[in-house]
Design a protein around this ligand. Structure first.
Ligand code: ADP
Ligand code: MG
Length: 339
């Protein structure tokens, strides 16, 4: 029998990886925003057209890329953020897999413009489905602009599975809000079909939440703080009287990264026990800081799942911190006669 195993060509491997990283327009938004943050941008602009179907563009004023780096950034497993497996346990960046740009470029038309500080000119690269179409010198602003057009142009099945514009835009806004909430020191702007949706100047955590969810939010927030060896907890809970019958807003961040963590959700719900009317859910914005050594964020390509070394201790500390805040602000149980 003859040998039958062969290595897949890069563009095929990239397209397979894209299946995990780029599920919908919102995934592109998340990856591009995170890259801008890792590039130490102070101002980040997101432009979206047709709920991301025709255009997703992120413009940052970060450190930009040299011509060689710009070219390399589209290669798979090409990253400036880690160089060894040990670095995975000391992560201070959002990215580290070196997969996002390669994946995005495999399933869209990408137009990159970038210029590092100290260079007179920058680099412009156009790439379509992993194929470089052009590379030129450009007179661009310092920083990076990445425009992703015609997402899934070469994967009709993915394109056809996209939901309505309002659903896809909702997912995009969710990602934008998560990133903006975690980085109050950065100015963020978002436009959809040329209309401005958000304009969030650099501020503190409380005002960022208010900027994202509207001026009425301010009076609803109660601060939470706790600092221990294992975890530092900061943020806000929403007073029980404002709890929503619907799902409300539950935000957890670990080391400035939005995460989903049902076990920790439960910890906060436990602290609210007896204070909420039936079926209402607590809303909160909680920012945990832990030693990067004590978490594993490499469980899933989208990195919204995190494993803590000492999950149980964090559960207990979190519940206590939230209870303490509720007590301190004299929040009494809501009488609910339907219980
Ligand atoms: P990762 O973020 O995991 O490193 P990406 O595919 O998202 O992988 O990006 C590859 C590399 O391209 C990054 O490591 C970074 O060096 C560079 N890069 C991407 N986006 C930007 C940006 N907006 N500004 C500067 N460099 C960038
Ligand atoms: Mg990245």
């Amino acid at each position: 029998m003859s040998d039958i195993i062969k290595l897949l060509p890069d563009h095929v491997a990239n397209q397979i990886a894209a299946g995990e990283v780029v599920q919908r327009p919102a995934s592109v938004v998340k990856e591009l925003l995170e890259n801008a943050i890792d590039a130490q941008a102070t101002q980040i602009k997101l432009l979206v057209k047709d709920a991301g179907r025709t255009l997703i563009q992120v413009i940052d004023d970060g450190k930009g890329m040299t011509t060689t780096d710009a070219r390399l950034s589209f290669e798979r497993h090409a990253t400036s953020k880690i160089s060894s497996a040990e670095d995975l346990f000391a992560l201070h960046t959002k990215g580290f897999r070196g997969e996002a740009l390669a994946s995005i470029a495999a399933v869209a038309h990408v137009d990159l413009k970038t210029r590092p500080e100290g260079e007179d000119v920058g680099t412009q690269i156009e790439i379509e489905g992993s194929t470089i179409k052009s590379q030129e010198v450009c007179a661009c602003l310092k920083g990076t602009s990445i425009a992703v057009k015609n997402l899934f142009f070469n994967i009709p099945a993915r394109r056809n599975f996209l939901k309505s514009d309002s659903v896809e835009l909702r997912h995009i806004i969710d990602e934008f809000q998560r990133v903006a909430l975690a980085h109050e020191g950065i100015t963020f702007m978002m436009y959809h079909n040329d209309g401005e949706l958000f304009n969030l100047p650099k501020t503190n955590k409380r005002q960022r939440i208010v900027g994202v969810f509207g001026p009425k939010t301010n009076e609803k927030l109660v601060p939470v703080t706790e600092d221990t060896e294992i975890v530092k907890i900061e943020g806000f809970i929403v007073k029980p009287e404002f709890a929503k019958k619907t799902k409300g807003e539950q935000f957890f961040f670990v080391n400035d990264r939005f995460i989903k963590h049902p076990y920790l959700n439960h910890s906060v719900s436990a602290a609210f026990d007896g204070l909420l009317p039936d079926r209402a859910r607590a809303s909160y914005f909680l920012f945990l800081t832990v030693d990067p050594k004590t978490i594993d964020i490499n469980i899933h390509p989208t990195k919204t799942e995190v494993k803590f070394e000492d999950e149980h201790a964090i559960y207990t500390l979190l519940r206590a911190a939230v209870k303490h805040s509720l007590g301190q602000f004299n929040i009494a149980p809501v009488l609910d006669f339907n219980r």
